[in-house]
Write a protein that binds this ligand. Structure first.
Ligand code: PLP
Ligand code: COI
Length: 361
């Protein structure tokens, strides 16, 4: 049976002018809306107590399992404000499905997908005044589940909290759509064969941070990871999937091999690319092939894609052996065409022929 949410009968909000000020320059993940969704789970009672409450600290015993063994998963999606004032989500059922799969991998109880989507809808509807209206702005939605049982033995927690917070956002990268420089990391792996790469769990991101710091030390904006066994095959960036466009109009991206997050943006682009005349290839992509292609001009574009980054062109790849500079097309090429097409669907500027968007209010 679907959960019923209690919502505040008289919700309180930060003053309108304070919200407006934040929305002038929201950055990414810095400010948070007034409310959050919570659902509790225990082994005895299952999912219960679904509620929208004020955004506030969660009080937990320091023995809570998540603090010690990182039993946690999360999601990321956005709510979009359209020109007519309506608010829409993009493929939230895909986030619900990935969350379901991530929970299975992390031995967390699986929240029914309809309850996941309903929790998102309820929260966005309560905090609708937080969905920013500026160009390319949106309300970033962060669902997550944490193991809350106070117990230091290593086994799946018998108590879990599901929570959703939201944050008004602009571009993930400070430079907007300006091409980013990527450090290719081949020493510190993020995930390994048989590990948690296909799950969206906090541990994967913790494992990426050292390499990301190394990327910054080299003047790069993000890190790209290669496979853990041979250090030869391209996988993905710290928080985005990786895509190559070739001179002969192919869109090539590493296949989902269990180590790569199945990105919803990636999946959407695989559908949109043929509509722009690109042939799609999902297959193993070697680093040598990408470097060679950049250097001889057969690779014409590289980009990162994800909910936070949308599509961000990549200007260069660097590792210890040197730098490979992409000759980014002056008009932005397919990266910008795909980006515009995706954003046009999300913001309702063109018809959504794939049934990807759903209205909240
Ligand atoms: N890869 C990683 C590691 C990510 O964190 C993300 C972001 O969620 C993605 C890829 C892109 O996934 P999506 O397009 O579903 O946001
Ligand atoms: C997202 O795009 O939703 C992510 O989780 C990536 C993260 C770098 C913010």
């Amino acid at each position: 049976m679907a959960l019923t949410f209690t919502t505040p009968s008289n919700p309180s909000y930060l003053a309108e002018d304070a919200i407006a000020k934040i929305q002038e320059n929201p950055g990414f993940g810095v400010y948070f809306s007034d409310h959050m969704a919570l659902i509790d789970w225990t082994e005895e009672s299952g999912w219960m107590n679904a509620r929208i409450v004020d955004h506030a600290p969660i009080s937990m015993d320091p023995a809570g399992a998540v603090f010690h063994y990182a039993q946690e998963v999360f999601e990321g999606l956005k709510a979009y404000h359209r020109a007519d004032g309506s608010i829409w989500l993009f493929r939230p059922e895909r986030n619900a499905e990935r969350f379901w799969n991530s929970c299975a991998r992390l031995s967390l109880p699986q929240l029914p997908k309809d309850d996941f989507v309903e929790a998102v809808r309820q929260l966005v509807a309560v905090d609708v005044c937080w969905v920013p209206t500026g160009e390319e702005q949106s309300l970033y939605i962060r669902p997550f589940a944490i193991a809350t049982e106070s117990f230091l033995g290593v086994r799946p927690s018998k108590a879990v909290t599901f929570c959703i917070i939201t944050s008004p956002v602009g571009s993930y990268f400070a430079g907007g759509v300006a091409p980013v420089d990527i450090w290719v990391e081949s020493h510190h792996s993020r995930v390994a064969n048989g590990g948690t790469g296909a799950a969206k769990c906090g541990g994967n991101y913790a494992a990426s941070l050292l390499a990301e710091s190394i990327a910054y030390e080299h003047g790069c904006n993000q890190v790209m990871f290669v496979d853990n066994a041979e250090h030869k095959w391209v996988e993905e960036l710290g928080g985005m999937n990786f895509v190559v466009v070739t001179k002969d109009n192919k869109l090539v991206t590493p296949e989902l091999n269990g180590n790569i997050l199945p990105g919803i943006t990636r999946d959407s682009l695989l559908t949109l690319a043929p509509e722009l005349g690109l042939t799609v290839e999902e297959r193993p992509v070697s680093l040598a092939e990408v470097y060679q292609g950049i250097d001889d001009g057969t690779v014409t574009e590289l980009f990162a894609c994800g909910t936070a980054a949308v599509i961000t062109p990549i200007g260069s790849l660097t590792d210890e052996s040197g730098r490979h500079e992409v000759n980014v097309p002056v008009d932005g090429g397919y990266s910008i065409q795909l980006r515009n097409r995706l954003l046009d669907i999300q913001y309702g500027r063109i018809a959504d022929t794939h049934g990807w968007t759903q209205r909240v209010c």
